[in-house]
Write a protein that binds this ligand. Structure first.
Ligand SMILES: [Fe+2]
Ligand SMILES: [Fe+2]
Length: 335
């Protein structure tokens, strides 16, 4: 034990786990609670860097925010998921305060265990994203399993949506977060989920549709929203809350048109949510360039020409420009 000033010694008498480090985060002292909780004895741990307990479950940003606050001389509180000596995870909220004693700076960290997290663990954003993505894909495919070509359509729509939303965000300086971008890309796979409730005879009918048949097909937007609301209510997890509103916007509005002649709500222009305006361009492009029971496959040139002509009519002109810029960069291919 280093020779520690009385002020610092007082902290070690607290009932909570306490750690004292130098400004390089090298451990100078820990108290008995710390030893009991982590399984490390003072001898094990003194002189080591505090980071030895670190796990990938604590987001990088948490460590960055902590260092920034401490370097600025202020105290910091946050949640860490650390690892005990026996490799178990340890979730705790920690408050770290810089202390200056006799012209030397120390960091004093006081941990509070988070009871409710004992059985769970933190997921970093990337992992959450990956889990959401595969869950949504399974969901979308299983709902539309009757059509063997659907899986490739959904994957193409998802990939192209991802490219388009990223490009559009850059070109129009929309400042969307990485999370928002991937939310739109991931949710796009659900756009036609409501088709699971439409009779196959109508859905895959070759040739023109009767008026009432068209009305039934148009219901896939409303039915789809109903389906996701039920699924998300079942999941009942805030992890999926923002996902739900993005998914709902895409499912409900991907057939709206910029000029207000779409369905189901005849929304116009910017009243149509951005995510729906984006998916709409991608969905139409993919539908044109693939063979369907009722139509032949269009060439790339013809499809691009159609999309261009529909600027300000079917589609948001700015989004079409972003789409065309992807095309000019050779990033759009068809099978
Ligand atoms: Fe649709
Ligand atoms: Fe579609």
């Amino acid at each position: 034990m280093i020779n520690m000033n009385n002020n610092l010694q007082t902290f070690l008498n607290l009932a909570d786990a306490v750690i004292i480090t130098d400004v390089e985060h090298r451990i100078l002292a820990v108290n008995t609670s710390y030893e009991t909780i982590t399984g490390y004895t003072s001898e094990d741990i003194i002189g080591k860097k505090a980071g030895i307990l670190r796990t990938p479950y604590t987001p990088k940003e948490t460590h960055q925010a902590m260092k920034a606050a401490l370097n600025a001389g202020s105290s910091w509180s946050g949640v860490f998921t650390n690892r005990k000596k026996n490799k178990d995870l340890w979730h705790s909220s920690i408050t770290i305060t810089p202390f200056i004693v006799e012209e030397t700076a120390y960091f004093v960290g006081v941990f509070r265990e988070l009871e409710q997290l004992e059985r769970g663990f933190y997921l970093d954003d990337q992992r959450i994203g990956r889990i959401q993505k595969s869950l949504l894909k399974v969901l979308a495919i299983s709902c539309e399993i009757r059509d063997p070509s659907i899986e490739s359509h959904l994957s193409r729509v998802q990939n192209l949506t991802e490219q388009l939303v990223v490009r559009h965000n850059e070109r129009n300086l929309l400042n969307l977060s990485v999370k928002a971008l991937s939310l739109i890309a991931h949710s796009s796979i659900l756009h036609d989920i409501g088709k699971s409730a439409i009779p196959e005879g109508i859905l895959y009918k070759p040739g023109p549709l009767a008026d009432y048949e068209r009305k039934i097909i148009e219901m896939h937007t409303l039915i789809g929203v109903d389906i996701v609301i039920k699924i998300y209510a079942e999941l009942d997890d805030e992890l999926f809350e923002s996902e739900l509103s993005t998914a709902k916007n895409i499912i409900l509005h991907h057939h709206e048109r910029w000029d207000g002649t779409g369905y189901p709500h005849q929304l116009q222009g910017m009243d149509i949510p951005l995510e729906a305006r984006i998916v709409s361009v991608v969905d139409v492009f993919d539908a044109l360039t693939t063979k369907r029971p009722y139509k032949e496959k269009w060439s790339m040139e013809l499809a691009i020409q159609y999309i261009t002509e529909q600027k300000g009519k079917h589609f948001d002109a700015d989004i079409v420009d972003s789409f065309l810029s992807l095309y000019e960069d050779g990033m759009i291919t068809i099978e």
